[in-house]
Write a protein that binds this ligand. Structure first.
Ligand SMILES: NC(=O)c1ccc[n+]([C@@H]2O[C@H](COP(=O)([O-])OP(=O)(O)OC[C@H]3O[C@@H](n4cnc5c(N)ncnc54)[C@H](O)[C@@H]3O)[C@@H](O)[C@H]2O)c1
Length: 353
């Protein structure tokens, strides 16, 4: 198969591409604009592989996409390219509307034109897999789980833009017959995640002995999934998911943000002891909450477990330890990233200042 993966230079897309290169014979065309969140480092190990191609392109560029579809004649598209950070969406929603909504509609149109020109067998084989988030469902209270039937109630500009893109994908299936699958996953963590997100931010700050900002009281709950488990789920959904269906993906690992940060601190205490900071927990600082901060997300992943036989391999404890160890081993690279592109500062408060 030849698969176009959009956003392949990002955190999850690069994990998917590494798996495709290491575990299959597929050809992958990585279509990525290389925004601040994209990095070539994460794909260094596959860069020389003749089955891997990189095309620097904005998913809003219809002419460029048409050219790529014609040149590579893909069997599938896995669409991950997005603006992905809630705090940035609060400071500047326009880029989220542009990439996540407009970009998805442009990609759908390019895929539809190409798909219309395929023969019957090619048409049947083709898949458009849209990668989305559990945040589209809004916030849960203390109990309950998001299922595939949960109504959409997004609360942040990020989740609203992802919800809109999910609706477009569904409409392109219902109206034009484009063979789509959609997946909605909980919070991912693991190597190569851009350090604006909670786990790498706190791991890198703890290693530097800097204060660890925890929003509000730290009692917001997220479900966490190790990125390689998500990448396996995505490959399975693309190859075996039923056309027109959506699949929720989650790790059965609900934790409050405070529990996550304390767990990072305990691992850093053990793996990188520092006489000046005997307990890294002492660096925790409670800061102003995120505007509109969703209280709790939790996923019912029984459909993908039952129908496609997927289960996570990593527990939260084992995955977090691997992740913190990875940031310790690669601290120099990430210090460069942070010095060039993001200094670990607080984002998402422009609306309230
Ligand atoms: N990170 C999570 O916890 C999580 C959970 C569930 C779903 N998702 C979804 O998975 C996808 C990937 O998330 P991620 O965490 O890897 O994101 P990321 O921010 O790490 O990577 C996004 C990638 O998309 C690229 N990109 C951005 N705008 C583009 C454009 N206009 N054209 C082409 N490329 C563009 C960036 O350069 C980057 O390489 C997103 O769609 C996100 O909504 C993420």
């Amino acid at each position: 198969m030849t698969i176009i993966v959009t956003g392949g230079a990002g955190f999850i897309g690069s994990a998917v591409i590494r798996q495709y290169m290491q575990q299959t014979n597929h050809t992958v065309v990585n279509v990525d604009k290389l925004t601040y969140a994209g990095t070539a480092e994460s794909l260094k190990c596959v860069a020389g592989n003749p089955r891997y191609r990189f095309e620097r392109l904005d998913v809003c560029d219809l002419a460029g996409l048409r050219r790529l579809f014609a040149a590579y004649r893909p069997d599938a598209v896995m669409h991950l390219a997005a603006e992905s950070h809630v705090d940035r969406s609060i400071d500047g929603p326009a880029a989220f509307v542009e990439t996540n909504i407009v970009g998805t509609s442009v990609l759908l149109e390019a895929a539809r034109e190409y798909w219309n020109g395929l023969d019957a067998a090619g048409k049947q084989r083709f898949r458009f897999h849209h990668v989305s988030t559990d945040e589209v469902f809004g916030a849960l209270g203390a109990t309950g789980l998001f299922t595939e039937e949960t109504p959409y109630r997004p609360n942040s500009p990020y989740s609203a833009s992802k919800a809109a893109s999910d609706h477009l994908v569904r409409a392109w299936h219902r109206t034009y017959g484009l063979p789509v699958v959609i997946s909605n996953c909980s919070n991912n963590y693991g190597p190569y995640q851009f350090p604006e997100k909670l786990i790498p931010l706190c791991a890198l700050r703890a290693l530097d002995g800097k204060p660890l900002p925890v929003y509000g009281k730290g009692d917001n709950v997220r479900d966490w999934l190790y990125v390689d488990d998500h990448a396996r789920a995505l490959r399975l959904i693309l190859s075996s998911g039923k056309v027109g269906e959506t699949y929720n993906v989650g790790g059965r690992s609900e934790r409050t943000n405070l529990e996550v940060v304390k767990a990072i601190c305990a691992i850093v205490d053990e793996l990188r002891p520092d006489d000046r900071i005997p307990r890294h927990e002492s660096l925790i600082t409670f800061v102003q909450d995120r505007p509109g901060h969703d209280e709790r997300y939790a996923i019912d992943a029984r459909k993908i477990e039952r129908e496609l036989g997927w289960t996570p391999e990593e527990t939260f404890e084992s995955g977090l330890r691997r992740t913190v160890q990875w940031y310790i081993d690669n601290a120099a690279d990430w210090q460069r990233v942070t010095s060039e592109r993001y200094a670990l500062e607080r984002l998402g408060l422009k609306a309230t200042s």
